[in-house]
Design a protein around this ligand. Structure first.
Ligand code: HAM
Length: 418
């Protein structure tokens, strides 16, 4: 028997409801904030990610799903930002539209060791605002992330922000870190010893106990920031304060992807265990030009949908997702009446279904309960003779006989969108 690939998931019909809900809420909020959807392809040239995320980033070094075809190497996208910037430039959106606020939903692929909250195929819901370097859009993007979490009814998350500064400031930070860490290399893990050469910022978020201790002893502040970048960060914080968004400044916060500059942020949730980032993002002011476009400021973030679902913890019950009414014909002679009633209800846009399995009343009632139906309509010999349906409310158990036309009215009256 075939099995699914490790780190992938089948999203079965009883879970799809929550996914649709996340998508629906996200689209509604994105529309409120005037973000438009973009759907780039799932495969790209692998070199796009090498160039964008950084040759020495963990994702490029260890996690790319590569597809080789003759001389070409493609990758299943590990994230959306690089593809969207590529699409923005390739479609001349910088020339035709200029500033754009985009959103996306879809699968991403990383060849990681699967564990709770870490998959090889996972899903992002994210945004990219391309074409503005000012701090106001940083504020909007963080506020938008906060608004989405509130709309998903997720609580107890923490927004952590920091500023890496511009490319020059990042170089200063790298120098400060190298000087501070050089005498302590023997206390760092093997990975961090390798990072020391090419990717020293990553040492700051290594999960290894020994490395955390060393990093904790470093005196990292915002001293690497130039006046412009310090001013930008001050305005971002002021903007968030004025909109009463709760956040914490974390000087150790760096991100694993090379393209980030200035504002970076991460949103964490204590219920997620070791993979506790619900989402993350930041500015990438040099990426558009690095990929061949003009020098344009940009910022975005992405949530991991699987992690949102974990944080929503108590499994959303799917009440309201099933049909409004479930018809139960008792005996073969009741079936044509049930089929006709079903067609009548559906033709009036009433979500309805019936028991096709010839189950006993008890078994069919169980199905109706599992489907979270508001009503069942029972049709037995008695009902056929009288030309009625026994309509039972599932929540109160109340039952009454109604004619076909009254049935529609009764269901519509009690079920929104039925
Ligand atoms: P990222 O931090 O690599 O950022 O991913 C964003 C979120 O995706 C993470 O916080 C996490 O919730 C989720 N995630 C990442 N890897 C996995 C995985 N293997 N399994 C499950 N969930 C995962 C980015 O990808 C950037 N493109 C975000 C961004 C947009 N920055 C600017 N614009």
């Amino acid at each position: 028997m075939f099995k699914k690939v490790a780190g992938t998931k089948d999203i079965l019909p009883d879970e799809v409801y929550v996914w649709q809900k996340i998508e629906e809420i996200s689209r509604a909020i994105f529309t409120t904030y005037n973000y438009q959807e973009i759907r780039p392809p799932i495969i790209e040239e692998a070199a796009l990610f090498d160039r964008s995320l950084g040759e020495f980033s963990e994702v490029v070094q260890k996690q790319m799903f590569l597809i080789k075809n003759a001389d070409e190497v493609y990758a299943l996208r590990p994230e959306g930002t690089a593809s969207i910037v590529r699409a923005y430039i390739e479609n001349n959106l910088d020339k035709t539209t200029g500033f754009m606020k985009l959103y996306y939903l879809g699968p991403m692929f990383r060849l990681e060791r699967p564990q709770k909250g870490r998959l090889r195929q996972f899903h992002h819901v994210g945004v990219e605002a391309i074409g503005s370097a000012g701090p106001d859009i940083d504020v909007e993007v963080v506020v938008l992330a906060d608004a989405l979490l509130k709309a998903y009814s997720i609580e107890n998350y923490e927004i952590r922000i920091n500023s890496l500064g511009c490319a020059n400031d990042k170089a200063v930070l790298v120098k400060i870190l190298k000087e501070g860490l050089k005498p302590k290399l023997s206390s760092l893990c093997e990975d961090c010893n390798a990072r020391f050469k090419h990717n020293v910022l990553r040492i700051l978020d290594c999960k290894h106990e020994g490395c955390r201790k060393v990093v904790g002893g470093l005196n990292i502040s915002d001293s690497h920031l130039c006046d412009d970048c310090q001013g930008h960060f001050d305005k971002v914080r002021k903007g968030l304060d004025s909109l009463k968004v709760a956040y914490k400044v974390l000087p150790h916060l760096v991100r694993g992807l090379d393209y980030y500059t200035r504002t970076v942020f991460e949103i964490n949730h204590p219920g997620l265990g070791s993979q506790d980032a619900l989402g993350a993002g930041g500015r990438y002011d040099n990426l558009v030009s690095q990929l061949g476009g003009p020098q344009l400021g940009a910022i975005g973030f992405a949530f991991g949908v699987e992690r949102l679902l974990l944080a929503m913890a108590a499994k959303e019950n799917s009440a309201g997702a099933g049909p409004s009414i479930y018809l139960i014909p008792l005996g073969e002679q009741a079936v044509p009446f049930a089929v006709e009633t079903l067609a009548f209800l559906r033709s009036h846009h009433c979500a309805a279904d019936m028991n096709y399995e010839g189950r006993s009343l008890k078994g069919a009632m169980r199905t109706a309960t599992n489907l979270s139906c508001r009503f069942v309509g029972i049709i037995g010999d008695n009902e056929i003779n009288k030309g009625v349906i026994a309509l039972k409310r599932m929540d109160t158990g109340e039952q009454k006989e109604v004619k076909k036309e009254e049935l529609l009215e009764e269901v519509k009256k009690n079920v929104k969108n039925s």
